[in-house]
Design a protein around this ligand. Structure first.
Ligand code: THU
Length: 135
């Protein structure tokens, strides 16, 4: 985990994640999460969490963005930024880490709240992720 200053392209990605958080649908938890990912070719995809009255149907912001990217033909995900407008730390959940690992086990992960920004990567956040031979 690093706590250096963000580069301008990392800051741009985090700003997009922050903007995406405003689109979250989170009437049950109140946690409005936004994410923005960048692919190797520079294309960017956004996500936000979308909750449901049947709680387990909720989709997290990170998986929302990843699924959108894959649907548009982009699997080469380089980095993802996540933002939540709260005071406490909000690292990505285990399910989202596993989904990130599917596309890049070394993905850069930037997560931020009102007070702090952490730069990490999946090698640190999810060592030994589950995988199968891709057919
Ligand atoms: N959530 C995310 O969007 N990403 C995570 O990595 C963890 C949790 C959402 C799901 C739910 O809508 C709310 O945050 C509280 O758990």
């Amino acid at each position: 985990m690093e706590q250096r200053a963000l580069t301008s392209s990392e800051q741009e990605l985090l700003d997009l994640a922050k903007a995406a958080s405003l689109k979250a649908y989170a009437p049950y938890s109140g946690y409005k999460v936004g994410s923005a990912l960048r692919c190797e070719d520079g294309s960017v995809f956004l996500g936000a969490n979308i909750e449901n009255a049947s709680y387990s149907l909720t989709i997290c912001a990170e998986r929302n963005a990843i699924f959108r990217a894959v649907l548009e033909g982009h699997q080469d995900i380089r980095e993802i930024a996540i933002y939540v407008d709260v005071d406490q730390p909000f690292p990505p959940c285990g399910a989202c880490r596993q989904v990130m690992a599917e596309f890049n086990p070394k993905m850069k992960v930037i997560f931020a709240n009102r007070n702090e920004t952490i730069i990490s990567d999946l090698g640190a956040l999810l060592p030994g992720h589950f995988s199968l031979e891709k057919v």
